[in-house]
Write a protein that binds this ligand. Structure first.
Ligand SMILES: [Mn+2]
Length: 299
């Protein structure tokens, strides 16, 4: 028999919106799952790592089509599910529903856009008003964001985070010790994990970020962090490089930018970028074009 959850997944996969009460229920359920997860959530390989989705539902469909359904494959999403694209609500609801169905097969980290402030400026708030005529959906979703894990660790060796290394969290244990159940603060460790960027020029240590929030960190910080924590690699997202046709999806293995790609991490921790073809449907999305012409690099 098809459960309510299966029905919701089917609807979302058809590009349909859920009823308000169903979104409310998804958000309540997902909080119970998130709260059991750590600030450095452990993950076993193999896993497919995916960068910023930003409401691009049809690109999300394409990823599942090309790389396999959740359940057949393990997935790790690096945050920034909402804002910018036209389908923030459908995208995050689909990811929540899939995680509720397969809690161990899909990990959803928090990005800097999973916040009350950024959603009020960059799309989710307006989308909730436009599609549901009330703010309830925005409220349910932003409350659920407060419970999302901050980072993940694949096989003790590959640390994954939306932004980067935080100045006052030199050890993974420092990250583990944070109390994350809140709105993203505008400074401090939790803020920096979700906002910081690597600086590939001369910078030593930490410096100011062009974004106005968070910091940039030098290659020396990165090398030290790997050594101290006995890691082989850091995987992160967050930066949007505007050269592709359509997709905002991006993963940066520190130092190497993999654009429009998902990153497959094998059980031997070998990494392979899989170049991702933006969906036909998404190519027609006018808003995507606008973002391409007008790169908003700093948010
Ligand atoms: Mn981001």
């Amino acid at each position: 028999m098809q459960t309510d959850l299966d029905k919701s997944i089917e609807k979302l996969k058809n590009g349909e919106l859920l009823k308000e009460k169903d979104v409310k229920q998804l958000c309540a359920k997902i909080r119970e799952i998130f709260i059991e997860e750590g600030n450095v959530q452990r993950i076993d390989p193999p896993v497919i790592v995916v960068g910023d989705i930003h409401g691009q539902l049809y690109d999300l469909f394409e990823i599942f089509k090309q790389s396999g359904e959740v359940g057949d494959q393990n997935y790790l999403f690096l945050g920034d599910y909402v804002n910018r694209g036209f389908h923030s609500i459908e995208s995050i609801c689909l990811l929540y529903a899939l995680k509720i169905k397969n809690p161990d097969k899909i990990t959803l980290l928090r990005g800097n856009h999973e916040s009350r402030i950024l959603t009020q400026t960059f799309g989710l708030y307006d989308e909730a008003m436009r599609k549901y005529g009330s703010l309830n959906i925005w409220r349910y979703l932003t409350e659920s964001f407060d419970y999302m894990p901050l980072s993940a660790l694949i096989d003790e060796k590959v640390w994954c985070v939306h932004g980067g290394i935080a100045q006052d969290a030199k050890l993974l244990d420092d990250v583990r010790a944070l109390n994350r159940l809140s709105e993203i603060p505008d400074n401090g460790e939790m803020c920096e994990l979700l906002w910081n960027d690597p600086n590939e020029q001369e910078l030593k240590g930490f410096g100011e970020s062009k974004r106005g929030v968070g910091k940039e960190f030098g290659q020396d910080v990165f090398a030290q962090f790997l050594q101290t924590n006995n890691l082989s690699c850091v995987l992160r997202a967050h930066q949007v490089i505007m050269e592709g046709q359509s997709s905002l999806l991006l993963i940066i293995v520190i130092g190497v930018v993999i654009q429009g790609a998902v990153c497959e991490v094998s059980d031997k921790l070998e990494m392979r970028a899989k170049i991702f073809q933006a969906s036909e449907n998404q190519m027609k999305n006018a808003q995507t074009k606008i973002w391409n012409q007008n790169p908003d690099y700093f948010l």
